[in-house]
Design a protein around this ligand. Sequence first.
Ligand code: FES
Length: 179
Amino acid sequence: MLPPFPTEKKVKNGMCTAQKDWGMQDIEAAVARHPAHRGSLIPALQDLQETCGYLAPEALAVLAKHLSISVNEIYGVATFYTQFRFSKPARHKIQVCQGTACHVRGGHMVLEEFEQMLDVKAGEATKDGQVDLERVACLGCCALAPVITVDGLVHANMGTRKVPAILAPLGVKEESKAT
Ligand code: FES
């Protein structure tokens, strides 16, 4: 089950510009939930990403102080795992399944259509910060292939002709370019 994707863009305490209402007190609370030793690093990173939507530099600085390790060391560990992201999430997230069932039913063409219309490659966000485009292995509903999700909602039996209708309500601008 995917976590709900944040939809509100707010700045709090002048610190952070993620797409969720969070601030330094939220970072400190997330960090304080974890014992101050190295074994807490991965769970704390997961907590911070859930709090901020990504591993914000100011969050990693607080965590480094709490665990008495360097920020560089934290980056060294975090970059090893694909689950962590280091840039602000876009306003909307589109996941296009490329698992076997979806692939054989044209999922790769659906992905190419999204890439072309958004002018990004999978794994990139549009320059206007509207859409993150992701390639995923299997969304767990193969009978509905090809499948995508938009902000966590499943769209079944996708085809290239449905792509414009998916993008229209997301406010995608013509001039969107990759970041
Ligand atoms: S392969 Fe796409 S949902 Fe399983």
